[in-house]
Design a protein around this ligand. Structure first.
Ligand SMILES: Nc1ncnc2c1ncn2[C@@H]1O[C@H](COP(=O)(O)OP(=O)(O)OP(=O)(O)O)[C@@H](O)[C@H]1O
Ligand SMILES: [Mg+2]
Length: 275
């Protein structure tokens, strides 16, 4: 039995006002509870694509369906409570006078009760470790702190599908680890998670599905094996995951598949050293 696609895109085209064609016929389908990493060079169209997933951009041509329902100007608000999007640039997202207000903005608009809003805001801010900043003005925070607040704002809305544009950029290593844990928890609770990233090491470790975008078109969609396909990696301006680079010759010598994550690398190392 095939799983239900929770997100479907058919022949999506998008052109900005200045004539730039950012998306040129993108079709893809994402199943429920997948962890999807979208990769591709600067200007490939990743952010433009993500902005279509919750109705911020509406298709100029083609269709975007969430849970089988086409996004259009009549239901974009509804879609926004189903699909939460963390923008690439937190300055585009974080605007309230205090951090608390900022995270409460979504839940308030959803018409939730005060006690529920307070609980959601506290949980979200604690999970990104920004609770002690709740009374601060967001525009005076560091970039990484703002990004955490933007992530909290989406968590507080508790959407079924969570989309994050470059979530790890500007986060310190422990912030990246926190984010990982948050994403794993959300996934365990049955949510679908989609990120755009340049971090091939993270993509290799985290994603169940990889989408490679270039010049507004899909170059490939598949498993993390795509990340060690030389032709593809070269065409997309990517690089092999570091672990794959370390073990390239050793794996070939042993006739073993190329490890893509630290865990797989460690396993191969044990094989090599006989321990
Ligand atoms: N507001 C805009 N007006 C005009 N062109 C735009 C606008 N935003 C993006 N573009 C153009 O659309 C194309 C796709 O941009 P987009 O931001 O979607 O790429 P991206 O893959 O997210 O890149 P990055 O890795 O740098 O974040 C690029 O050619 C970009 O210059
Ligand atoms: Mg982008």
């Amino acid at each position: 039995m095939g799983m239900a696609a929770c997100l479907e895109i058919e022949d999506l085209c998008f052109r900005y006002h200045d004539g730039t064609e950012a998306l040129k016929g993108v079709s893809l389908s994402i199943q429920k509870e997948e962890k999807v990493a979208i990769l591709g060079p600067n200007g490939a169209g990743k952010s433009t694509l993500l902005l279509h997933l919750n109705g911020i951009h509406l298709p100029q041509q083609g269709v975007v369906r969430v849970g089988g329902k086409e996004i259009n100007s009549d239901n974009e608000r509804q879609v926004r409570s189903k699909v939460g999007l963390v923008f690439q640039d937190p300055d585009d997202q974080v605007f309230s006078p205090t951090v608390w207000d900022d995270v409460a903005f979504g839940p308030l608009n959803m018409g939730l009760e005060r006690a529920e809003i307070e609980k959601r805001v506290a949980d979200a801010l604690q999970s990104v470790r920004m609770w002690e900043f709740r009374s601060r003005a967001p525009h005076h925070l560091s970039y990484g702190q703002k990004k955490r607040v933007a992530i909290a704002g989406v968590l507080a809305m508790d959407p079924e599908i969570i989309v994050l544009d470059e979530p790890t950029a500007f986060l310190d290593p422990s912030g990246q680890e926190d984010l990982f844990e948050i994403l794993e928890n959300l996934h365990r609770e049955g949510r679908t998670i989609i990120i755009a990233t340049h971090d091939v090491d993270m993509a290799a470790m985290w994603a169940t599905s990889i989408i490679i975008l270039k010049d507004g078109q899909i170059l490939a969609q598949g498993t993390t094996k795509l990340l060690v396909r030389e032709d593809l990696v070269k065409a997309a301006g990517l690089r092999f995951p570091l672990v794959s680079q370390v073990f390239e010759e050793a794996a070939a010598g042993l006739g073993q598949p190329l490890p893509r994550t630290v865990k797989e690398g460690k396993k191969l190392l044990f094989k090599l050293t006989g321990h």
